[in-house]
Design a binder for this molecule. Structure first.
Ligand code: GLP
Length: 241
């Protein structure tokens, strides 16, 4: 695992954007795994600036998002479909049929999870997986206790995760209780993983992910076993080192 520490959120986002943009420019037909949450937004903004100034193109890029809330249709304002549309897709030249996000209102979630893995495989696998991290060490929506061997599947969200994400909803009761997420094995299958974290509220999870025991109780700790993983952090996220 490689660790890059930047001064603040802005420089962390810039570094992450530079690393990913260099790969997109080099290989063009890249398969990107994308994340939601507030952490990657700075990097997405830099990508948008690069696209608008003609320095970067997503025209041949394929994307797979990590997760989606179960029960929220794509056009729900708090769905991860809406989030990605608003924060990234509608501002860049990615082809809409090259973007993939699990369907939150599927009649057969188990079948859809299998289909999602099949699509990733058919695209040639994920080249670069972007991750944020939850305060409890979750990645995607893989909560503590999740099986390291899991592919895309349905999960029940922990109350702490629902509370942390309640800021995007009007009331805690509106936050879905379940989600579809790529599993820890799906994430480990990516050729490269970039985990972004900023702020002191992530420092405990980040420290345990980097130096703690590799345990299903701290899902991000599995990344210690990944052959090509970079943690891109701001100084606050390593304030307890
Ligand atoms: C959600 C997402 C995760 C994300 C996490 C942290 O639970 N499913 O993919 O990493 O939030 O979000 P934030 O970056 O807003 O702290």
């Amino acid at each position: 695992m490689k660790i890059l520490i930047e001064k603040d959120y802005e420089t962390m986002s810039l570094r992450a954007a530079e690393i990913t943009a260099a790969e997109i420019k080099k290989r063009r037909r890249l398969v990107l795994g994308l994340a939601t949450g507030s952490t990657p937004l700075g990097m997405y903004r830099k990508w948008i600036e690069l696209v608008k100034s003609g320095q970067l193109s997503f025209a041949e890029v394929t994307t797979f998002n990590l997760d989606e809330y179960l029960g929220l249709p794509a056009d729900h304002p708090q769905s991860y479909h809406s989030f990605m549309q608003e924060q990234l897709f509608r501002h860049i030249d990615v082809k809409p049929d090259h973007t993939h996000i699990p369907n939150g209102v599927t009649p057969d979630a188990v079948k859809q999870c299998k289909e999602y893995e099949r699509l990733i495989h058919q695209a040639g696998g994920i080249d670069i997986q972007i991750l944020g991290i939850g305060q409890n060490g979750h990645i995607g929506f893989n909560e503590p206790g999740e099986d390291f061997g899991a592919l895309t599947h349905v999960v029940r969200l922990q109350e702490s995760t629902r509370k942390a994400n309640a800021r995007f909803f009007s009331r805690l009761e509106d936050v879905p209780t379940h989600a579809i997420t790529m599993g820890l094995k799906s994430i480990m299958n990516a050729r490269q993983v970039l985990l972004l974290a900023a702020g002191s509220d992530k420092s405990d999870a980040v420290y345990k992910a980097m130096y703690g025991e590799v345990t299903e109780q701290l899902p991000a700790s599995v990344l210690q076993l990944h052959p090509n993983c970079i943690f891109i952090l701001d100084e606050a996220a390593v304030s307890n080192l």
